[in-house]
Design a protein around this ligand. Structure first.
Ligand code: NCD
Length: 309
């Protein structure tokens, strides 16, 4: 595979199938190696900087966990209000500053394209932890790792992506990765939150079977995996519109019972109301396992970027 050493991770479309298989293999090794030990100290003396201009729990903490379990250190800018961003510093200047202190940056930012902008400003690797409604490539890798673990294959699967397909960066990145594995896709959303037309048509051009529907039950009956997403309230210009669509799709125990078959359920989290807590004990509910997998995938990416795997 083309090595990840020194590379930025910016977009779901930057990987080949071989890259993804290699990353998943390294993640799986770390998953085994970590059992019974707290650390696999490959990155002693290296520092990760976390720059989060938007809220985060899983992405930031799992990156911090991954770096520390690799024996490296972490510095964080903290909330933007407490940094020079509040004085009007540009993203490029903030990144140039951090590049004097740390060896790698994870950035989350409300502007689509910001991760590329940061990567262009500095010589150290930048990992995109979510850029606006754009991309979230490390999430896509942990999602596909989770699907593979749960289903034991990535071949011939039908995956239903549900919810805010217009604004959700996780699904925008995930379709890029899944398109390498010949999956069939269902896009389930209210009309106003459909997957952008250019994404759908690019997938079809690659030969991926894509079906769009507003009917969750119909899609679920024909799918192996449901990938639920949160309606992205913060992206709505008109909150009345958010109110109209916020309860569009809800999975609960009654829905699953009525479905009458086992299905695997993922969600990048956080959830608002789209998966009822009465689903949490369902054997196919994989979303808590999914967030744990984020640590192994991010360990793999960090180790590979530093040429240690
Ligand atoms: C997602 C995000 O920030 O895009 N969360 C995550 O990284 N696990 C999904 C979301 O906020 O809905």
């Amino acid at each position: 595979m083309a090595t990840l050493k020194g590379k930025d991770i910016l977009h779901g479309n930057q990987f080949t199938k071989k890259d993804i298989e290699a990353i998943m293999k390294v993640a799986s090794q770390f998953e085994k190696e970590l059992k019974g030990k707290g650390v696999v100290p490959l990155l002693k003396g290296k520092l990760l900087a976390t720059l989060f201009y938007e809220p985060s729990t899983r992405t930031r903490l799992s990156f911090e966990t991954a770096m520390q379990r690799l024996g490296g250190g972490v510095i964080g800018m903290g909330p933007v209000e407490g940094s020079s961003v509040a004085k009007g510093e540009t993203l490029a200047d903030t990144c140039r500053t951090v590049a004097q202190y740390a060896d790698v940056i994870v950035l989350r930012h409300p502007k689509t394209g910001s991760a590329k902008e940061a990567a262009d400003a500095v010589d150290i690797p930048v990992l995109n932890g979510g850029d606006g409604t754009g991309q979230h490539p490390t999430q896509a890798l942990l999602d596909v790792y989770t699907i593979h673990k749960e289903m034991k294959t990535l071949k011939n699967l039908t995956i239903a992506m549900v919810g805010d397909l217009k604004n959700g960066r996780t699904v925008h990145a995930l379709v890029e990765v899944l398109s390498l594995f010949n999956c069939n896709l269902y896009f389930v959303s209210p009309g106003v939150l459909r997957m952008p037309e250019e994404v759908t048509s690019a997938l079809r051009q690659k030969g991926i079977k894509v079906e769009e529907t507003e009917d969750l039950r119909k899609a679920a009956l024909e799918s192996d995996v449901i990938y639920m997403t949160r309606i992205q309230k913060e992206r709505f210009a008109d909150l009345a519109e958010y109110e109209r669509v916020k309860g569009s799709y809800i999975i609960d125990a009654a829905f699953l019972k009525d479905l009458g078959k086992k299905i695997t359920i993922l969600h990048p989290l956080p959830r608002v109301n789209e998966i009822h807590p009465d689903v949490d004990d369902y054997p196919g509910a994989a979303y808590f396992r999914q967030m744990r997998n984020g640590v192994f995938i991010r360990m793999a990416l960090l180790a590979m970027i530093f040429g240690k795997r």
